[in-house]
Design a protein around this ligand. Structure first.
Ligand code: AQP
Length: 338
Protein backbone atom coordinates (compact mmCIF):
# COMPACT_ATOMS: atom_id res chain seq x y z
CA UNK A 1 0.00 0.00 0.00
CA UNK A 2 1.26 3.50 -0.84
CA UNK A 3 1.63 5.74 2.23
CA UNK A 4 1.79 9.52 1.99
CA UNK A 5 4.83 10.86 3.86
CA UNK A 6 3.78 12.61 7.04
CA UNK A 7 4.03 16.38 7.39
CA UNK A 8 6.59 17.55 9.92
CA UNK A 9 5.95 19.51 13.13
CA UNK A 10 8.72 21.37 14.95
CA UNK A 11 8.58 23.26 18.24
CA UNK A 12 10.76 24.15 21.20
CA UNK A 13 10.61 25.56 24.72
CA UNK A 14 13.36 27.48 26.50
CA UNK A 15 14.92 26.01 29.65
CA UNK A 16 14.57 29.31 31.48
CA UNK A 17 12.99 28.02 34.70
CA UNK A 18 13.07 24.98 36.99
CA UNK A 19 9.55 24.12 35.90
CA UNK A 20 7.32 24.78 32.90
CA UNK A 21 4.01 26.47 33.69
CA UNK A 22 0.40 25.84 32.81
CA UNK A 23 0.60 28.32 29.89
CA UNK A 24 3.47 26.35 28.31
CA UNK A 25 1.53 23.13 28.86
CA UNK A 26 -1.88 24.21 27.54
CA UNK A 27 -0.57 26.60 24.86
CA UNK A 28 2.12 24.34 23.42
CA UNK A 29 3.12 21.07 25.07
CA UNK A 30 -0.30 19.43 25.02
CA UNK A 31 -0.58 20.11 21.29
CA UNK A 32 2.84 18.52 20.80
CA UNK A 33 1.61 15.31 22.36
CA UNK A 34 -1.58 15.23 20.27
CA UNK A 35 0.29 15.82 17.01
CA UNK A 36 2.48 12.76 17.48
CA UNK A 37 -0.15 10.43 16.05
CA UNK A 38 -0.40 12.28 12.75
CA UNK A 39 2.86 14.23 12.22
CA UNK A 40 6.54 13.50 12.09
CA UNK A 41 7.43 15.50 15.23
CA UNK A 42 10.71 17.17 16.20
CA UNK A 43 10.82 18.82 19.65
CA UNK A 44 13.67 20.68 21.25
CA UNK A 45 14.87 22.12 24.53
CA UNK A 46 16.07 25.39 23.01
CA UNK A 47 19.00 26.22 25.26
CA UNK A 48 20.65 28.67 22.82
CA UNK A 49 17.56 30.85 23.19
CA UNK A 50 17.95 30.73 26.97
CA UNK A 51 21.38 32.35 26.63
CA UNK A 52 19.68 35.56 25.51
CA UNK A 53 18.76 36.20 29.14
CA UNK A 54 22.25 35.24 30.49
CA UNK A 55 21.42 32.44 32.91
CA UNK A 56 23.85 31.03 35.43
CA UNK A 57 25.66 28.05 33.72
CA UNK A 58 24.80 25.62 36.54
CA UNK A 59 21.13 26.61 36.43
CA UNK A 60 21.10 26.23 32.65
CA UNK A 61 22.54 22.70 32.83
CA UNK A 62 19.94 21.70 35.43
CA UNK A 63 17.06 23.31 33.56
CA UNK A 64 17.89 21.64 30.25
CA UNK A 65 17.44 18.25 31.93
CA UNK A 66 14.36 19.16 33.94
CA UNK A 67 12.71 20.66 30.84
CA UNK A 68 13.43 17.54 28.76
CA UNK A 69 12.09 15.38 31.59
CA UNK A 70 8.85 17.39 31.66
CA UNK A 71 8.40 16.98 27.88
CA UNK A 72 8.67 13.22 28.35
CA UNK A 73 6.51 13.19 31.48
CA UNK A 74 3.78 15.10 29.65
CA UNK A 75 3.75 12.50 26.88
CA UNK A 76 6.44 13.18 24.28
CA UNK A 77 7.33 9.67 23.10
CA UNK A 78 11.03 9.43 22.17
CA UNK A 79 10.37 6.38 19.98
CA UNK A 80 7.85 8.31 17.93
CA UNK A 81 9.25 11.85 18.03
CA UNK A 82 12.73 13.38 17.90
CA UNK A 83 13.58 14.99 21.25
CA UNK A 84 16.89 16.84 21.48
CA UNK A 85 18.82 19.76 22.95
CA UNK A 86 19.24 22.61 20.45
CA UNK A 87 22.91 23.41 21.12
CA UNK A 88 23.88 19.82 20.23
CA UNK A 89 22.90 20.41 16.61
CA UNK A 90 25.29 23.02 15.15
CA UNK A 91 23.13 23.69 12.08
CA UNK A 92 20.84 25.91 14.19
CA UNK A 93 23.63 28.46 14.66
CA UNK A 94 24.95 28.03 11.12
CA UNK A 95 21.56 28.59 9.51
CA UNK A 96 20.94 31.58 11.79
CA UNK A 97 23.92 33.32 10.20
CA UNK A 98 22.59 32.74 6.69
CA UNK A 99 19.16 34.01 7.73
CA UNK A 100 20.72 37.03 9.47
CA UNK A 101 22.10 37.98 6.08
CA UNK A 102 18.64 38.07 4.48
CA UNK A 103 16.75 39.66 7.40
CA UNK A 104 16.19 43.41 7.35
CA UNK A 105 17.29 45.28 10.44
CA UNK A 106 13.96 47.12 10.31
CA UNK A 107 11.87 43.97 10.16
CA UNK A 108 13.75 42.43 13.09
CA UNK A 109 13.27 45.68 15.02
CA UNK A 110 9.49 45.33 14.76
CA UNK A 111 9.33 42.16 16.90
CA UNK A 112 7.10 43.02 19.84
CA UNK A 113 8.52 40.29 22.15
CA UNK A 114 11.96 41.87 21.78
CA UNK A 115 10.53 45.28 22.63
CA UNK A 116 8.70 43.88 25.68
CA UNK A 117 11.67 41.89 26.97
CA UNK A 118 14.09 44.74 26.28
CA UNK A 119 11.83 47.12 28.22
CA UNK A 120 11.82 44.70 31.19
CA UNK A 121 15.59 44.15 31.12
CA UNK A 122 16.56 47.79 30.56
CA UNK A 123 18.92 49.21 27.91
CA UNK A 124 22.15 48.18 29.65
CA UNK A 125 21.26 44.47 29.74
CA UNK A 126 19.90 44.01 26.22
CA UNK A 127 22.13 41.89 23.98
CA UNK A 128 22.42 41.39 20.24
CA UNK A 129 21.44 37.78 20.99
CA UNK A 130 18.07 38.87 22.38
CA UNK A 131 17.52 41.01 19.28
CA UNK A 132 18.40 38.05 17.04
CA UNK A 133 16.18 35.56 18.90
CA UNK A 134 13.44 35.50 16.21
CA UNK A 135 16.01 34.75 13.49
CA UNK A 136 17.41 31.85 15.53
CA UNK A 137 13.82 30.66 15.93
CA UNK A 138 13.31 30.84 12.16
CA UNK A 139 16.49 28.77 11.74
CA UNK A 140 15.17 26.19 14.26
CA UNK A 141 12.04 25.76 12.18
CA UNK A 142 13.53 25.93 8.67
CA UNK A 143 16.36 23.50 9.56
CA UNK A 144 13.77 20.70 9.79
CA UNK A 145 11.63 21.68 6.76
CA UNK A 146 8.79 21.98 9.29
CA UNK A 147 5.30 22.33 7.86
CA UNK A 148 3.65 23.28 11.17
CA UNK A 149 4.79 24.88 14.41
CA UNK A 150 2.56 24.29 17.45
CA UNK A 151 2.89 27.34 19.75
CA UNK A 152 0.95 29.81 21.88
CA UNK A 153 -0.32 33.15 20.60
CA UNK A 154 2.75 35.09 21.78
CA UNK A 155 4.82 33.35 19.08
CA UNK A 156 2.58 34.24 16.14
CA UNK A 157 4.72 37.19 15.00
CA UNK A 158 7.89 35.08 15.14
CA UNK A 159 6.30 32.38 12.97
CA UNK A 160 5.26 35.11 10.52
CA UNK A 161 8.91 36.16 10.30
CA UNK A 162 9.92 32.53 9.65
CA UNK A 163 7.38 32.40 6.81
CA UNK A 164 8.65 35.67 5.36
CA UNK A 165 12.25 34.44 5.44
CA UNK A 166 11.35 31.07 3.87
CA UNK A 167 9.43 32.83 1.08
CA UNK A 168 12.36 35.18 0.58
CA UNK A 169 14.81 32.29 0.21
CA UNK A 170 12.50 30.63 -2.31
CA UNK A 171 12.13 33.86 -4.31
CA UNK A 172 15.87 34.51 -4.29
CA UNK A 173 17.29 31.02 -4.78
CA UNK A 174 14.42 29.10 -6.34
CA UNK A 175 11.37 27.16 -5.11
CA UNK A 176 12.22 24.29 -2.79
CA UNK A 177 15.01 26.15 -1.00
CA UNK A 178 12.96 26.33 2.21
CA UNK A 179 9.70 24.86 3.48
CA UNK A 180 7.25 27.66 4.42
CA UNK A 181 5.92 26.82 7.92
CA UNK A 182 2.53 27.53 9.42
CA UNK A 183 1.70 28.33 13.04
CA UNK A 184 -0.64 25.89 14.80
CA UNK A 185 -2.35 27.86 17.54
CA UNK A 186 -5.33 26.50 19.48
CA UNK A 187 -7.72 29.39 20.04
CA UNK A 188 -9.06 28.35 23.45
CA UNK A 189 -5.63 27.95 25.06
CA UNK A 190 -3.59 30.34 22.89
CA UNK A 191 -2.98 32.64 25.85
CA UNK A 192 -3.24 31.55 29.48
CA UNK A 193 -3.09 34.57 31.78
CA UNK A 194 -1.24 35.35 34.98
CA UNK A 195 -3.40 34.55 38.04
CA UNK A 196 -2.56 37.86 39.72
CA UNK A 197 -2.59 40.05 36.61
CA UNK A 198 -5.24 38.56 34.35
CA UNK A 199 -4.37 40.89 31.49
CA UNK A 200 -0.74 39.69 31.29
CA UNK A 201 0.25 36.29 29.92
CA UNK A 202 1.39 33.65 32.41
CA UNK A 203 5.15 33.73 32.04
CA UNK A 204 8.15 31.97 33.56
CA UNK A 205 9.50 35.35 34.55
CA UNK A 206 6.25 36.55 36.15
CA UNK A 207 5.56 36.81 39.90
CA UNK A 208 5.44 33.25 41.38
CA UNK A 209 1.95 33.82 42.81
CA UNK A 210 0.60 34.37 39.30
CA UNK A 211 2.01 31.12 37.89
CA UNK A 212 1.05 27.46 38.21
CA UNK A 213 4.12 25.38 37.60
CA UNK A 214 3.82 21.81 36.33
CA UNK A 215 6.01 20.69 39.22
CA UNK A 216 4.17 22.61 41.96
CA UNK A 217 2.92 20.51 44.87
CA UNK A 218 -0.87 20.23 45.44
CA UNK A 219 -0.82 22.68 48.36
CA UNK A 220 0.84 25.41 46.30
CA UNK A 221 -1.48 24.86 43.34
CA UNK A 222 -4.55 25.08 45.58
CA UNK A 223 -3.29 28.21 47.32
CA UNK A 224 -2.53 29.97 44.03
CA UNK A 225 -5.87 29.17 42.44
CA UNK A 226 -7.80 30.14 45.56
CA UNK A 227 -6.05 33.51 45.65
CA UNK A 228 -6.35 34.17 41.90
CA UNK A 229 -7.54 37.70 41.18
CA UNK A 230 -11.18 37.88 40.02
CA UNK A 231 -13.65 40.78 39.86
CA UNK A 232 -15.91 42.02 42.62
CA UNK A 233 -19.03 40.45 41.07
CA UNK A 234 -20.62 37.19 42.15
CA UNK A 235 -22.22 35.67 39.03
CA UNK A 236 -20.18 33.08 37.15
CA UNK A 237 -20.31 34.24 33.51
CA UNK A 238 -18.03 34.11 30.46
CA UNK A 239 -16.90 37.69 29.86
CA UNK A 240 -13.17 37.98 29.07
CA UNK A 241 -13.39 41.81 28.92
CA UNK A 242 -15.31 42.56 32.12
CA UNK A 243 -14.22 39.43 34.04
CA UNK A 244 -10.74 38.52 32.68
CA UNK A 245 -9.61 36.68 35.82
CA UNK A 246 -12.72 34.50 35.92
CA UNK A 247 -12.52 33.89 32.15
CA UNK A 248 -8.93 32.67 32.58
CA UNK A 249 -10.02 30.21 35.29
CA UNK A 250 -12.89 28.98 33.13
CA UNK A 251 -10.55 28.54 30.13
CA UNK A 252 -8.13 26.47 32.22
CA UNK A 253 -11.00 24.42 33.70
CA UNK A 254 -12.46 23.77 30.26
CA UNK A 255 -9.09 22.86 28.70
CA UNK A 256 -8.27 20.35 31.43
CA UNK A 257 -11.67 18.66 31.64
CA UNK A 258 -12.84 18.94 28.03
CA UNK A 259 -16.11 20.48 29.24
CA UNK A 260 -17.26 23.47 27.13
CA UNK A 261 -17.06 26.83 28.93
CA UNK A 262 -20.83 27.28 28.56
CA UNK A 263 -21.48 24.00 30.39
CA UNK A 264 -19.24 25.14 33.24
CA UNK A 265 -21.00 28.50 33.42
CA UNK A 266 -24.34 26.71 33.75
CA UNK A 267 -22.94 24.29 36.32
CA UNK A 268 -21.86 27.20 38.56
CA UNK A 269 -25.04 29.25 38.33
CA UNK A 270 -26.06 30.37 41.82
CA UNK A 271 -22.68 29.34 43.24
CA UNK A 272 -19.84 31.57 44.40
CA UNK A 273 -16.48 32.06 42.69
CA UNK A 274 -14.98 30.24 45.66
CA UNK A 275 -16.80 27.01 44.70
CA UNK A 276 -15.41 27.16 41.19
CA UNK A 277 -11.91 27.88 42.47
CA UNK A 278 -12.00 24.94 44.90
CA UNK A 279 -13.14 22.53 42.16
CA UNK A 280 -10.63 23.91 39.66
CA UNK A 281 -7.80 23.48 42.17
CA UNK A 282 -8.67 19.77 42.37
CA UNK A 283 -8.84 19.46 38.58
CA UNK A 284 -5.39 21.07 38.17
CA UNK A 285 -3.83 19.04 40.99
CA UNK A 286 -5.05 15.77 39.43
CA UNK A 287 -4.02 16.78 35.89
CA UNK A 288 -0.48 17.69 36.98
CA UNK A 289 0.08 14.91 39.53
CA UNK A 290 1.24 12.27 36.98
CA UNK A 291 3.49 14.78 35.20
CA UNK A 292 5.18 15.71 38.47
CA UNK A 293 5.64 12.06 39.43
CA UNK A 294 7.02 10.97 36.04
CA UNK A 295 9.38 13.96 35.92
CA UNK A 296 10.82 12.96 39.29
CA UNK A 297 11.25 9.35 38.09
CA UNK A 298 13.06 10.48 34.94
CA UNK A 299 15.39 12.78 36.87
CA UNK A 300 16.18 9.86 39.19
CA UNK A 301 17.47 7.89 36.21
CA UNK A 302 20.05 10.19 34.55
CA UNK A 303 21.45 7.53 32.23
CA UNK A 304 18.05 6.90 30.65
CA UNK A 305 17.53 10.63 30.07
CA UNK A 306 21.03 10.84 28.56
CA UNK A 307 20.27 7.91 26.27
CA UNK A 308 17.04 9.52 25.03
CA UNK A 309 18.69 12.90 24.39
CA UNK A 310 21.64 11.27 22.68
CA UNK A 311 19.39 9.31 20.35
CA UNK A 312 17.42 12.51 19.64
CA UNK A 313 20.60 14.46 18.89
CA UNK A 314 21.66 11.92 16.25
CA UNK A 315 18.26 11.92 14.56
CA UNK A 316 18.03 15.74 14.65
CA UNK A 317 21.52 16.13 13.17
CA UNK A 318 20.61 13.68 10.43
CA UNK A 319 17.73 15.92 9.31
CA UNK A 320 19.29 19.34 9.92
CA UNK A 321 22.58 18.56 8.15
CA UNK A 322 20.76 17.72 4.93
CA UNK A 323 18.50 20.77 5.02
CA UNK A 324 21.33 23.14 5.96
CA UNK A 325 23.51 21.73 3.16
CA UNK A 326 20.75 22.34 0.61
CA UNK A 327 20.18 25.94 1.73
CA UNK A 328 23.88 26.81 2.15
CA UNK A 329 24.70 25.53 -1.33
CA UNK A 330 22.06 27.78 -2.82
CA UNK A 331 23.70 30.72 -1.06
CA UNK A 332 26.89 29.74 -2.94
CA UNK A 333 28.74 28.20 -0.01
CA UNK A 334 30.86 25.10 -0.50
CA UNK A 335 29.36 22.74 2.08
CA UNK A 336 31.66 20.17 3.65
CA UNK A 337 30.25 16.77 4.53
CA UNK A 338 30.28 16.38 8.33
N1 AQP B 1 0.77 32.13 28.89
C1 AQP B 1 0.87 31.32 27.85
N2 AQP B 1 -0.25 30.84 27.26
C2 AQP B 1 -0.18 30.01 26.19
N3 AQP B 1 0.99 29.61 25.65
C3 AQP B 1 2.12 30.07 26.21
N4 AQP B 1 3.43 29.87 25.94
C4 AQP B 1 4.20 30.56 26.80
N5 AQP B 1 3.41 31.23 27.67
C5 AQP B 1 2.12 30.94 27.32
C6 AQP B 1 3.90 29.00 24.86
O1 AQP B 1 4.80 28.07 25.47
C7 AQP B 1 5.91 27.88 24.61
C8 AQP B 1 7.11 28.26 25.46
O2 AQP B 1 7.94 29.04 24.87
P1 AQP B 1 9.29 29.57 25.49
O3 AQP B 1 9.63 29.09 26.84
O4 AQP B 1 10.31 29.25 24.50
O5 AQP B 1 9.11 31.12 25.52
P2 AQP B 1 8.05 32.12 26.08
O6 AQP B 1 6.89 32.20 25.17
O7 AQP B 1 8.79 33.39 26.26
O8 AQP B 1 7.58 31.45 27.41
P3 AQP B 1 7.47 31.97 28.86
O9 AQP B 1 7.25 30.77 29.69
O10 AQP B 1 6.45 33.01 29.00
O11 AQP B 1 8.89 32.55 29.19
P4 AQP B 1 9.41 34.01 29.44
O12 AQP B 1 9.15 34.31 30.86
O13 AQP B 1 10.86 33.89 29.13
O14 AQP B 1 8.66 34.94 28.52
C9 AQP B 1 5.65 28.72 23.35
O15 AQP B 1 5.02 27.95 22.37
C10 AQP B 1 4.72 29.78 23.85
O16 AQP B 1 3.88 30.32 22.84
Amino acid sequence: MFCMPRLRAFSGIQPTADSLHLGNYLGALRQWIDLQSSYDCVYSVVDLHALTVTPDPEALRRRVRVTAAQFLAAGVDPDQSVLFVQSQVPQHSQLTWLLNCVTGFGEASRMTQFKDKAAKIGEQGVTVGLFDYPVLMAADILAYDAHVVPVGEDQRQHIELSRTLANRLNARFGEGTAQVPEALIIKETARIFDLREPNAKMSKTGHPAGIIELLDDPKTITKRIKSAVTDSGTEVAWDPVAKPGLANLLAIYSALTGQPVQTLVEQYQGKLYGHLKADLAEVVVEALRPIRRRTADLLDDPSELDRILDQGKDKARGIAQGVYGRIAERFGLAVQEA
